[in-house]
Structure formats: C-alpha cells, structure tokens
Design a protein around this ligand. Structure first.
Ligand SMILES: C[S@@+](CC[C@H](N)C(=O)[O-])C[C@H]1O[C@@H](n2cnc3c(N)ncnc32)[C@H](O)[C@@H]1O
Length: 207
C-alpha cells in the first residue's frame, strides 16, 4: 500500500502552491481537505472528501481510502508547522506518510515584515490557553503567533500587553497572499476591532 500523502497547500493563493505538491495532489485518486483546498482539484478526477476533524471516524475513513487508492490529505501552509500532520502521526507510522512541503503563512509573514526567522519563536493559540504564550516572552526574540476565531489578534495582544510584552510592538498579518491581504502595524497598544479568521500576530522589540 502506498503511503498517505500529506500535502502542503501554501497560505491560500494558487501562486504559492509548490508545483511538486500540486503534482502530488493531482496524482491522488482520493483527496481529503478543507473545501477551499478541494476546490483547487475539482477537475482532477479525484474523489474529494471534506476533512472535518480528528475523530476516530475521520482517521478510519482515511485509512480505508488508502486501501482503495492513492490518498492525499491537503493541509494549509506547510505540513511541518501546526498542521493535521500531528494528528496523522498519532495513528500512522513514519513510513505510512509521505510529506510534501508548502509555503507556510509564517514564511510569508516574515517576508512581508522583513524579519529573519532564525531567532524567532513560533507559537499557536489555536484552541489553546493564552498563558501558553508566557514562556515565549522571556527572550526578546520576535514572536509569530497563529491565532484563531476566539483567540483573535485583539484578545492575544490585550493578553500580551498585560502579561509582560513590555516594550514590544505588534503587527497583524491577515489573509496573506489572498486578494484582501492586509498587513498592519506596528502598534504599541493592543490592537482593536475585527480581524480575518486567517491572522498572524507578530510581536517584536520596539524600533
Ligand atoms: C492550523 S494553522 C495552520 C498553519 C499552516 N500549517 C502554515 O504553515 O501556515 C492555521 C493558522 O495559520 C494561520 N494562517 C494560515 N493561512 C494564513 C493566511 N493566508 N494568512 C494569515 N494567517 C494564516 C492562521 O493563524 C490560522 O489560524
């Protein structure tokens, strides 16, 4: 049986989808993914199934698909950064998975802001406690935070401002590579208002 292909789709725009990863998906007979990713392969002839979570039923469906034909799981950005890969690794061995890279939203945020990633800290508050961020503030390193609907940029920056962010400033990167991409900041105070559900908060020392 072939390994399950875990394929990075990049941050959103098709221009940022690596050819090697697009080809890996085009060769699949069954694809799992978010609807926006499946839509990119409408004419590929693959059977397309929505990836709806990490339930045992979902994992069983992926395992069964694998026994029926070449199967791919489409994930946003890069599989190696906060993706469904971690879920699959709990159920399948290393040799059961073939991983195809993608451009991460973190890479794009770093490039838009001109911040090198070698010293940076990458964190996610997706479904996690904001207090998980506390240890990320102990050095002055730039901090890239993946947000979600409830831990929004406003909530995250409010938390950081009252929990040790001190003399830092914030940027918010929304819908990167998409037509309505917006990069805003630097802000010295917590950000306010609504932001897109695809948002990254970047914290850095004040310049
Ligand atoms: C589950 S994580 C997946 C990260 C992905 N593996 C990557 O490398 O970009 C989802 C989070 O990534 C961030 N994200 C993904 N795409 C984005 C985009 N186009 N613009 C801004 N943030 C994005 C958001 O914080 C979103 O909530």
């Amino acid at each position: 049986m072939e390994p399950i292909r875990v394929i990075g789709m990049g941050p959103g725009s098709e221009e940022y989808l690596l050819p090697v990863s697009r080809d890996a998906a085009l060769e699949c007979e069954i694809l799992f993914g978010a609807q926006r990713h499946l839509d990119l392969f409408e004419s590929s002839g693959a059977e397309r199934r929505e990836l709806t979570g990490a339930s045992d039923g979902m994992i069983a469906a992926i395992a069964e698909a694998r026994s029926q034909g070449r199967t791919g799981v489409l994930v946003s950005g890069d599989p190696a950064l906060y993706s469904y890969l971690r879920v699959l690794q709990r159920h399948f061995s290393r040799s059961d998975l073939a991983i195809y890279p993608g451009v991460s939203s973190i890479h794009v945020a770093a490039c838009r802001l001109g911040i090198s990633l070698e010293d940076a800290i990458i964190a996610s508050v997706h479904g996690r406690e904001l207090s998980d961020l506390d240890r990320s503030l102990t050095t002055g390193a730039p901090l890239f935070i993946l947000t979600d609907k409830s831990n929004s940029p406003a909530r995250v920056t409010e938390y950081l401002s009252t929990n040790g962010a001190g003399s830092r400033q914030y940027h918010v990167c929304e819908n990167l590579t998409l037509p309505d991409e917006r990069v805003s900041g630097p802000f010295r105070d917590p950000v306010t208002g609504e932001h897109q559900s695809l948002s990254i908060v970047v914290v850095e020392a004040m310049k």
